[in-house]
Design a binder for this molecule. Sequence first.
Ligand code: MG
Length: 280
Amino acid sequence: MSSWNVGVFASIDAGLGVQLEVVRDLGIKTIQLHTPSKTSRTAKHAEEFNAKLSAYGITISTVFLGFEGESYESIKITSETVGFVPKATRASRLAEAFQIADFAKLLNVDAIGSHIGFVPHDKTSADYTDVVSTIRQLCEHLKQNGQTLHLETGQEEVTALRDFIGDVGTGNLFVNFDPANLILYGIGNPIGALKTIGQWVRGVHCKDAVATTGVPGVDWGAEVPFGKGQVDAELFLQTLKEVGYTGPLTIEREIPEDPLRQKEEIGQAIELINGIISKL
Ligand code: MG
């Protein structure tokens, strides 16, 4: 039997994830939170959020960065708009990430999650060096806050992520492992990847997907409820146990257009995960 807590990806006022009331209704006690909107990021709002969270008995394990202009419409658009890789917004997003991290500190959160984007493959390029330097600056800021940074998997091979973590070299850079993303982006088998990157994993998304029938890496696969796709939920949790992961199991199900189905499918995922945990 494991001591894992089942969590869910949520939002307070905007962005990805389910609303706090849904979290409460599902009996979930730990969440990852999508970045609250700009106008919400004040000390007064932090106090109000903290009061609400404590009334619901919910704690936040991670605040995920999110920026205006990001779009996951296609893999190509994702590479052009998401995270710190697009050059035009790199500096302004770094400044905003500092603010989000400081706001997360007011929520007593010691981990920041991020899709940094598609890291440039040519390690000798000026662009690669600049992305490394940007993330190093972010990590140094987080260190002053007593926070770690968790890179979301999916947009590159985990071996590239591992090398990138080494190149940043700040000691507070880790991984949020999302097995479905590896399938969605056409990177390959999530279980093998988890074994490779296991010692850096400090957060996970319980999310599932089926691979594209088109061109891997060009066409999206399809996100499906956890346990219904190609992740192999049981083997995923078994492997998390083997690599020594002890953090929350955060369910991610992004179908904001259908909140009722979203809640139902998260409920089913909770049952599935608890059933697997009881056997491990
Ligand atoms: Mg994810």
